[in-house]
Design a protein around this ligand. Sequence first.
Ligand code: 8X3
Length: 247
Amino acid sequence: MNTILITGATAGIGLAAARRFAQGGWRVIATGRRGDRLRALADELGDACLPLEIDIRDPESLAQLARLDPPWGDIDLLLNNAGLAPPMDDLQQADPAALNNAIDTNVTGLVALTRALLPKLIERTGAIINLSSVAATYPYRGGAVYAATKAFVRQLSLDLRCDLAGTGVRVTSIEPGMVETEFTVVRNRGDQAASDALYANMNPITAEDLAETIWWIATLPPHLNINAIELMPVSQTWAGFTVAREA
Ligand code: 8X3
């Protein structure tokens, strides 16, 4: 039996992945900051789920994860899903605390957790799947710090493959476009109506779509590594260039 550790398993892609992997017969270590949601997930998934209320920015939490005893400690797949976007303000107006929160979670926490679990993943010939974004590649207004964190995640994933050469450990960067989850509610300072308006009449990617993609990557033959995979809803494409004209 395989074991996956999922960060941010309380909602969205992390929650859908927890359900998909449990359904596929895996043990699921579901981590997140909201204990009530983790308990509800554990009730739903039963013995297949170990809920752990942790903040990946806290070193003691990471040490606790690295010390887990078998069978839960036998982690085969780390799904670095936890992440958030600050509100879409231009950098010159953005709240520094919101920016730091995104950097701490998307970059610093992800690196620290990955670093803490690598010995285990090497021992198990495991895999790492990191949630990046199309924002890593395509700029858009108000996304600078978020996009930079996701470019970091993409590059970290590619470079990590070099450090892991010969270990058999696989690393993938998943780079989705518009996925309808709580992500956008958070990005819009809790405004559900703003999130609904963004996804209205455009068939966004669902959390379940991505969970299925993650499952596919995780269950490929062990000699195959998906380095990076970019997905968009068919209805999302790129904007044209912006030109600032003189009055
Ligand atoms: C966010 C991608 O396209 O919703 O990661 O801005 S998009």
